[in-house]
Design a protein around this ligand. Structure first.
Ligand SMILES: NC(=O)c1ccc[n+]([C@@H]2O[C@H](COP(=O)([O-])OP(=O)(O)OC[C@H]3O[C@@H](n4cnc5c(N)ncnc54)[C@H](O)[C@@H]3O)[C@@H](O)[C@H]2O)c1
Length: 292
């Protein structure tokens, strides 16, 4: 763990000065997400590297941030995403972070292989973002067929019985090996959909669209997927990397205050554990962050 921490700061390419340039409230959330996803991806990656080969823990820790250049919808500056590249060799993937990203179909579509997509979401998120997500997957791309499965909402449904509903839908819809599963929701949906994607036909493509702060800064990054067993949380699962993570900060507008605060508490931990300067920035901007 010491090696992780000492490698973290020199390699971080999102600077705090970038964060503090933005004075408006939404920009503060963007800055926070950009920083946190970067921090989380570096940290998660270090865990993966350590799991598979502890000898080279410090050698390859790196997260880089590059601006996207091929925008087809350049209606506003806020629509330009930041990209955090999670460098995992042939399992590398980008995290897109920004406002209005679900209005940019090309971001998702470039990571869909094959012609079948299964969106996994829940009863709370579906009325808010399912139509928009299906539009983003199909706009200008009529050959893609999108199915959805809407699970009950809650940690208590992160179990084998509910997971079977995902497999039922995939099998009934005759999804093939080239299909893509899309997780649309918080950490519960991300964990379940990821595990379903890891298991269905021994592994199919997987995209994360996290909609809580917790999921955007933590659970969607790092490849941990799974479900609970009645004897304990997250006891059944797999490491499985997504094709991409799309963080549309606009989804946080509907997030209940309690969930926002819970996610921010997670981010405060990053500052406390690893970065005093980031912690101070959070202290100064907490009112703006809570106001979104
Ligand atoms: N895989 C990992 O590395 C990892 C890391 C941390 C936590 N987790 C898991 O994540 C889960 C917790 O995730 P969570 O905190 O996101 O909780 P959650 O997924 O239960 O979401 C919290 C609530 O907010 C609702 N919601 C989500 N997005 C919304 C939106 N944009 N607008 C309105 N409502 C919205 C959900 O429907 C739910 O009711 C736990 O199961 C935990 O084990 C996984």
């Amino acid at each position: 763990m010491d090696a992780t921490c000492s490698s973290f700061c020199p390699n971080r390419t999102i600077s705090l000065s970038t964060c503090s340039h933005n004075q408006n409230q939404l920009a503060s959330v963007h800055s926070l997400l950009r920083f946190s996803a970067s921090a989380s991806s570096v940290y998660s990656r270090s865990r993966l590297v350590c799991d598979s080969n502890c000898r080279n823990l410090t050698m390859s820790l790196k997260a880089s941030v590059t601006p996207i250049i091929d925008q087809s919808t350049s209606s506003s500056a806020a629509a330009v995403p930041t990209i955090v590249e999670v460098d995992l060799g042939n399992r590398s993937y980008p995290i897109y972070i920004g406002s209005g990203l679900l209005n940019q179909p090309e971001l998702l579509q470039r990571h869909v292989h094959g012609k079948q997509v299964l969106v996994v979401t829940n009863t709370t998120i579906a009325p808010l973002y399912l139509d928009k997500t299906i539009w983003a997957l199909t706009d200008g791309n009529p050959n893609v067929k999108v199915e959805s499965v809407i699970l009950p909402d809650g940690e208590q449904y992160k179990d084998m019985e509910t997971l079977m509903k995902v497999f039922d839908k995939a099998i009934e819809s005759r999804m093939d090996r080239r299909c893509t599963f899309v997780a649309l929701g918080g950490g519960v949906i991300g964990d379940m959909c990821g595990y379903a994607a890891a298991s269905f036909l021994r592994g199919v493509n997987f995209i994360q669209i996290p909609t809580t702060v917790m999921a955007q800064v933590d659970s969607s990054v790092g490849g941990k997927t799974g479900i609970n067993h009645r004897l304990g949380k997250n006891l059944i699962g797999a490491f499985y990397q997504p094709q991409c993570v799309l963080v549309d900060s606009d989804t946080l507008k509907t997030l209940p205050d309690r969930e926002l605060a819970s996610g921010l508490a997670e981010v405060i931990k990053y500052g406390l554990i690893r970065d005093a300067e980031f912690f101070e920035w959070q202290e100064k901007n907490m009112h703006a962050l809570l106001a979104r």
